[in-house]
Design a protein around this ligand. Structure first.
Ligand code: BGC
Length: 749
């Protein structure tokens, strides 16, 4: 919608779209809920209308849609909340004289956010974004976005703060659960899909947080150091693909600094890259409390959000004063208004007002959450085929993770909660503001309840596991022991390491020693270490599985669902394998939920030049270290045979056959293995295919040339020579490669 490709780039964009469609056309449909089709967007018309409206604006009207408040009682410094605002993340006044609607903003990465219950309502919680990404299924993610958009409309929200596409540069990042993956292609395609889904409801979606917002430690001031080339080949590429494929109305800039400058005041990021190189036509909104000064407008920021959290309200009367006395500011102000209005008109926000109170089809929405959880669960280990469990099993010990009550969720602005609030709620601290606001909350979807429903005749008993000996004794008396292990993550705080907290490793060891059929179900924000891996029979990564996570987990354990998730992030054996074995700043920054610099310690740097664009599996390929589980890894209850890729132009076709006894889905992954004699490891295509036993299918993947190229001084460059490509069961387990000779070429964004 808001990105008009330059003519010479159209090919790349078509290619990228095709790529998304590949997976889309092969995906199964979810019964009961159809995502509305995204209406065709006429960008030129939206922009022309926006310019005409700006032409009719009086001077004071030009500083209305350029800023907004956070309408949340108790959510920071006091602010007057207008009557037509809805409690949520943001409110921007409209201009009725010109038919410009007020903007009502909510966080919405994983569902319409809960804001601590302040609105007294509830929403459908999708699994975490990393869980969604584990499906490698853009069509599914798009349906999820459409579902969130539908709920938002029925609550009166018309701007969704969604589309978190930051790459998982460090698995300790407290927001790992809110982001998709460590790979720019997978993340960009999925963010684009989520945004398309949201915006199919005549709602504006953001893509966020632009850019390189890779850690929560000191998030408001950490200075990210990375070469421009590496940035373009990694984090920026994820944004670029997400913007091309999702056409979000808005880009939310990030808290961190880059090249010493706050991201929301970075002329390079906002003006040069986003608006000039990529031709983005929508508006840049700030993250909440991320605007250092009024000059951010000249650096490309179009809208100040949650303004009471900034050092001042810059984009109101102060901006009007600047514009009154200076033609440069006047032109900029017109452009800011044009961009906000282009987003409003392109999404049709003004012509399709939201319908607060409209009925919500909760059952259909819950089915989407459940389907997403099922497709995102990753089977990591299954020795001796211990899974799926037989429904005739006589006794099961369920241990830990509050599995009798519900499933874990991630916290922060993206926190969603269903009807009745949390089943279990543990404060992160016993005192102070965070004791009230941030807690480890479990959705009301009990895995144990769902397991009982699958095996009604079995004796299923529960221990939380605080008393390890007692839990091990129950395990010893049971045919099977299922341990639920959790790692809670929240926005604002990174985890100090990748261990399972609260002594859960010892609990698993003891249970595994007591029962030879021990299965571990992980509910984690991202990767964790597994010192007990060799002692358990099976490991299932369920992430934060959302509103119907319990049912989805039970369905996988008992084999109604054949697991098909693949890891969208590498699981390191331990932190020493990471580019930064110790998280920058974690040794001296207070755990302050990413607050402002304290005690003069505002010069913290995060050196992303160590890995550059080789993050995640590319770092493992470069360093030679063996991860615990590689990117792309995941087992199934069936087996698949792959034919070698057949190339036609830039499209690879891979035939796949289900060689086992059960229906299942395979995710075909295509990697660049070497280029002109130089070793590389880059995901260049993927597609998910559902196959009945014995059935074959073909996955077609069109390769975006940017994935084969390097970025150098403003151009993408592909050296001439042999390009070796291979499908991989994961990023480390490659099938027989093929060699494709390609000519040298270079082009500009
Ligand atoms: C987060 C954003 C969020 C905003 C509004 C910020 O703290 O970084 O992701 O959209 O708050 O709630």
């Amino acid at each position: 919608m808001l990105h008009e490709p330059e003519p010479h780039r159209r090919n790349d964009i078509v290619i990228a779209r095709l790529l998304a469609c590949t997976a889309l056309s092969l995906a199964i449909a979810t019964p009961g809920f159809a995502a509305p089709d995204a209406a065709p967007i006429d960008l030129a018309a939206a922009q022309a209308r926006a310019k005409a409206t700006v032409g009719q604006m009086q001077a004071e009207e030009k500083v209305v849609i350029t800023h907004g408040i956070m309408p949340l009682p108790g959510g920071g410094p006091k602010v007057d909340i207008p009557k037509d605002a809805i409690i949520g993340a943001g409110y921007v006044a409209g201009i009725p004289r010109l038919g410009i609607p007020a903007l009502r903003e909510t966080d919405a990465s994983l569902g319409v956010s809960w804001v601590g219950g302040a609105r007294g309502d509830w929403s459908t919680a999708l699994p975490s974004a990393v869980a969604q990404a584990a499906s490698w299924n853009p069509a599914l993610v798009q349906r999820g976005g459409a579902m969130i958009g539908a709920e938002a409309r029925a609550k009166g929200f018309n701007v969704l703060l969604a589309g978190g596409v930051n790459l998982a540069r460090d698995p300790r990042n407290g927001r790992t659960f809110e982001y998709f993956s460590e790979d720019p292609l997978l993340s960009g395609v999925l963010a684009g899909a989520a945004i398309r889904g949201v915006q199919s409801n005549h709602i504006i979606s953001t893509i966020k947080h632009f850019a390189l917002n890779g850690q929560e430690t000191a998030r408001k001031y950490v200075n990210v150091q990375i070469s421009r080339a590496a940035a373009h080949e990694s984090d920026l590429l994820a944004f670029q693909l997400g913007i091309e494929q999702g056409q979000p109305g808005s880009v939310m800039c990030a808290y961190n600094r880059i090249e010493g400058q706050q991201a929301c005041a970075s002329d390079w990021l906002l003006n040069t890259v986003l608006k000039q190189q990529w031709g983005y036509k929508g508006f840049v909104m700030s993250d909440w409390g991320a605007v250092p000064s009024i000059d951010a407008a000249i650096s490309g920021l179009d809208h100040q959000s949650g303004e009471q959290l900034d050092p001042g309200v810059f984009f109101g009367s102060k901006l009007a004063e600047k514009a009154a006395g200076d033609a440069v500011w006047r032109t900029r102000l017109d452009d800011m208004n044009t961009r906000v209005l282009t987003a409003i008109y392109a999404a049709g926000v003004d012509k399709n007002p939201t319908q607060p109170g409209a009925p919500i089809d909760w059952d259909a929405h819950a089915a989407i959450a459940e389907d997403t959880a099922k497709q995102g669960i990753v089977l990591l280990k299954n020795d001796g085929g211990v899974l799926p469990l037989n429904t005739a099993v006589k006794s099961i010990a369920v241990i830990g993770g509050y599995a009798d009550g519900g499933v874990l969720s991630g916290a922060g602005s993206s926190q969603v909660m269903g009807k009745g609030g949390p089943a279990v709620k543990l404060p992160v601290a016993g005192s102070g503001i965070w004791a009230t606001f941030i807690s480890e909350a479990y959705h009301r979807s009990s895995p144990m309840g769902a397991m009982k429903a699958q095996a009604p005749q079995a004796t299923v008993l529960y221990r939380q596991g605080q008393y390890i000996k007692d839990a091990a004794e129950l395990a010893a008396r049971s045919e099977v022991a299922v341990v639920f292990a959790t790692q809670w993550m929240t926005e604002g705080l990174d985890v100090p390491d990748l261990s399972l907290p609260r002594g859960q490793d010892a609990l698993i060891e003891a249970v595994a020693a007591a029962n030879p059929n021990t299965i571990v179900v992980l509910e984690t924000g991202g990767p964790v270490k597994m010192p007990w891996l060799g002692k358990v029979k099976a490991v299932v990564e369920a992430w934060y599985p959302g509103a119907r996570g319990g049912e989805a987990i039970a369905s996988v354990l008992f084999g109604q669902t054949n697991p098909s998730g693949r890891l969208p992030v590498s699981f390191p054996a331990d932190e020493s394998q990471l580019p930064r074995p110790r998280l920058d700043g974690s040794d001296w920054v207070e755990p302050d939920f990413g607050g402002n610099p304290k005690n003069g310690k505002d010069q913290l740097a995060a050196d992303y030049n160590i890995e550059g664009s080789d993050l995640g599996y590319r770092w493992f390929a470069r360093s030679g270290a063996k991860p615990l589980f590689p990117f792309g890894y995941g087992l199934s209850y069936t087996t698949f045979a792959h034919a070698r890729p057949v190339m036609k132009g830039m499209t690879a076709r891979v035939a796949v056959r289900n060689t086992g006894q059960r229906a299942g889905a395979e995710v075909v992954q295509l990697y660049l293995v070497s280029r002109a004699g130089e070793a590389k490891r880059r995901l260049v295509g993927f597609g998910r295919v559902e196959l009945a036993p014995g059935a074959s299918g073909t996955v077609a993947m069109t390769i975006d040339p940017r994935l084969l190229a390097d970025w150098k001084e403003g151009s993408w460059i592909m050296p001439g020579g042999d390009y070796v490509l291979a499908t991989g069961r994961d990023a480390e387990t490659l099938d027989t490669p093929i060699t494709v000779p390609l000519k040298a070429r270079s082009w500009k964004d």
